[in-house]
Design a protein around this ligand. Structure first.
Ligand SMILES: [Fe+2]
Length: 369
């Protein structure tokens, strides 16, 4: 049913006794749920105590292998290293030679900048389960990678699940694979001018997304990113973009699903899959509101086919079932850094019980054909 991910040409990476770290898979005790994905992410685990400068030397020395591991396995998780401040997270990514984005261009999630290149991860709506998505998959210009750091680990829940986009695609029904390979997805975004407390509308207002209240500036940015837009009564801004649902990985050439799975059907699965978390009412509430708002066209983000027709439910069912079969739900630990390939790996966010602090950074923006 599944094929192995196409390996890069270099031999597998190994760590020696003197390297100060071990390489392994996630262990059962580190997972919130069992997974079939044994290689996602590769865990780079500290061996004993280490100060931050020594950690950066380790990263510098192994940066080529770390980058190859991200491409080959879908992601790496640094665990047990002394990461205590956002700046150290930024320094780690820059030592890896990554090109960090200072902007979150046309992003949907409410985020706040913490350093020049580090943002808060999705804020608020703690009971809301954020569905699987490749970051900014509704834009042709998107980051090649995204990274998260755990500044404060939640005592329960608050996982950032990750999903193998290649094995997900391979494991879907053949008809659904064919359908998604040939159709494109249209993303509709609806943004108010003011932050609203109206239920479910949790997207950022357009003055925050565009960092201006000047509509002419908004026009310029939309043209720059090739985004169709229209102004509606009440200072509402609507955007439309079209993107493929399946892309070829630029390096491994593997076919990967690439989407923001924000369809209301995704929330049907949440009712079934997360009923043990005691948030059934919240899941039911979000499902009902998602259905109503997607029908009315007032969701902050919704998807249809490029021709404007709904994505068939049998396709969504095959996609969602396969995604969760190929998901990895690990428990955060303070100081963890997760670095994932934004083509090979989707991410999401499960329900949160505060306190929890996760920060994000992304970059190496590229044009997805
Ligand atoms: Fe995200």
């Amino acid at each position: 049913m599944l094929t192995n991910q196409k390996a890069a040409s270099d031999p597998p990476w190994s760590a020696s006794e003197s390297d100060g770290f071990t390489l392994r898979s996630l262990e059962a005790a580190e997972l919130a749920r069992p997974t079939v994905e044994s290689r996602l992410p590769q865990v780079i685990c500290a061996k004993g105590d280490m100060d931050f400068p020594s950690f950066l030397k380790l990263v510098e020395k192994n940066k080529k292998q770390i980058q190859q591991s991200v491409t080959r396995n879908g992601g790496v998780l640094f665990r047990g290293f002394p990461i205590a401040r956002p700046q150290q997270f930024q320094d780690t990514l820059q030592t890896l030679g990554l090109d960090l984005s200072p902007e979150y261009p046309l992003g949907t999630a409410p985020r706040t900048k913490v350093t020049n290149y580090v943002f808060t991860a999705r804020e608020g709506a703690n009971n809301f389960i954020l569905g699987p998505h490749n970051e900014m998959s509704y834009l042709s210009m998107r980051p090649k990678w995204i990274s998260f750091v755990c500044m404060q680990a939640p005592e329960v829940y608050g996982e950032t699940p990750i999903f193998n986009c290649q094995t997900t695609f391979e494991d879907m029904d053949p008809e659904a694979k064919d359908f998604l390979s040939t159709e494109k997805i249209k993303y509709y975004r609806y943004m108010t001018k003011e932050r609203t407390t109206f239920p479910l509308y949790s997207g950022a207002p357009w003055p925050q997304v565009f960092e201006t209240e000047d509509k002419k500036e908004v026009d310029k940015v939309c043209k720059k990113y090739d985004v169709a837009y229209s102004w509606r009564p009440g200072d509402v801004l609507e955007l439309e973009t079209i993107a493929p649902a399946v892309v070829e990985h630029p390096e491994t050439k593997a076919k990967c699903v690439n989407m923001n799975v924000c369809h209301w059907y995704q929330r049907v699965g949440n009712l079934k899959d997360f009923s043990d978390r005691g948030n059934n009412l919240a899941n039911l509430y979000y499902l009902a509101l998602a259905f109503v708002r997607q029908t009315l066209g007032t969701s902050s983000l919704r998807t249809r086919l490029a021709n404007g027709k709904p994505i068939p439910l049998w396709v969504m069912r095959s996609l969602c079932d396969s995604l969760w079969r190929h998901s990895v739900m690990y428990r955060w630990r303070k100081g963890d850094i997760l670095l994932i390939d934004n083509v090979l790996t989707m991410h999401g966010r499960l329900n949160v019980v505060p306190p929890r602090e996760i920060l994000a950074s992304f970059g190496d923006m590229y044009h997805c054909p």
